[in-house]
Design a protein around this ligand. Structure first.
Ligand code: DAH
Length: 340
């Protein structure tokens, strides 16, 4: 055993190591679990006490030499690395880092917001978990009103008075309750409806609500504002029409269509053969709604409108399946990089 120890010491002293590979080989040979040092210690364990006393210091010395050698290697290794890092060529192009982008729905939302901000609207938020009064009753839809069926609702089971808001119109009520007219707000946000998920519907989606209240506001102000908005978003040449409709919280009410054309098979499908596509609902605020929030309808009047962000994004980017917006498939999202 003594001979072995001396041989190892001799071997180690004559070794020079200048690469990471050599360092790894050294470590494996001497210091790994089944390495030579452990083998010697196993042999040492079974020696008689007298032998142990004689060989113990020698073995410890070998251990010290091996450890020191392995530590100098570490220093060498670092040295090598730092030499390597000095060799970096900073004139080379940098490595490719993928750049993220805003979700298409956020991009469309921002576009719409900026159009309304230009004409003095400010943003107002409301909660997604809403009470019955703000979502329905105050908007002229008392309990058991048939118009509630237009929006299949998720109620919160522990409190039947609470629900997931079905539209952003609830924010109108919150804002009017707190603020004296004149009012010009838009309220972007997520809304929920109990719908089966398909290419055309989802159980949640996004809306933008608008509200404008002042003295002497008439339907022509509403028309002017919506036309300004649609021209800003779809271009000066966009063809629009206002179609009479019904919403409990506006009187008169209208739906706004844009002319989409009938150039392709899919134009026929999405416009049901008419070429026209519904974009939003709007109307003059019903005096009952103003009274519910203590605004005098004899002094003030106003209009409101509500539009679906997904719908507009589908039109702008020719997307024919709503589910793509919610799957977060990177191949889909990547296509919206650099758009705004
Ligand atoms: N809240 C309606 C919906 O979700 C959209 C709407 C229609 C909002 C007419 C309005 C409005 O403010 O005046 O279907």
């Amino acid at each position: 055993m003594q001979e072995k120890i001396n041989k190892y010491i001799h071997d180690i002293n004559s070794i020079t190591i200048s690469s990471i590979e050599e360092a790894t080989i050294f470590h494996k040979k001497y210091l790994s679990k089944k390495g030579l040092l452990n083998q010697l210690f196993n042999e040492f364990k079974v020696l008689e006490s007298a032998k142990k006393r004689e060989l113990g210091p020698l073995l410890n010395n070998l251990k010290k030499i091996i450890t020191e050698k392995s530590q100098t290697l570490k220093i060498d290794k670092n040295d090598n690395l730092s030499k390597q890092s000095k060799k970096i060529d900073i004139t080379l192009p940098s490595s490719y880092e993928p750049v993220g982008s805003l979700h298409p729905l956020s991009q469309v939302k921002r576009k719409i917001i900026s159009i309304f901000e230009k004409v003095g609207f400010i943003i107002s938020d409301g909660p997604e978990i809403e009470d019955d009064w703000h979502n329905f009753s105050a908007l002229n839809m008392p309990k058991n009103h048939p118009a509630r069926d237009m929006q299949d609702t998720f109620f919160i089971s522990v409190n039947p008075d609470m629900l997931l808001r079905t539209h952003t119109s609830s924010v109108q009520i919150r804002y009017m309750n707190q603020t004296e007219p004149p009012i010009r707000i838009i309220s972007p946000g997520r809304v929920y409806r109990k719908e089966d998920i398909s290419a055309r519907a989802n159980c949640f989606f996004h809306q933008i609500e608008g509200l404008y209240i002042d003295h002497d506001i008439s339907f022509s102000d509403l028309k002017k504002m919506i036309t300004y908005f649609l021209k800003s978003l779809f271009g000066e040449d966009v063809k629009t029409r206002f179609r009479p409709s019904f919403f409990p919280f506006t009187e008169p009410s209208a739906e706004v269509d844009i002319y989409w054309g009938l150039n392709s098979e899919s134009d026929y499908r999405i416009t049901k053969g008419t070429g026209w596509l519904e974009i939003m609902g709007c109307g003059m605020i019903d005096p009952n709604v103003l009274e519910n929030v203590n605004i005098n309808p004899k002094i003030y009047s106003g209009f409101a409108f509500g539009l679906g962000i997904e719908r507009i994004a589908m039109l702008l980017y020719q997307i024919d399946d709503l589910r793509l917006f919610f799957e977060n498939d990177i191949r889909f999202l990547k296509q919206f990089q650099g758009l705004s």
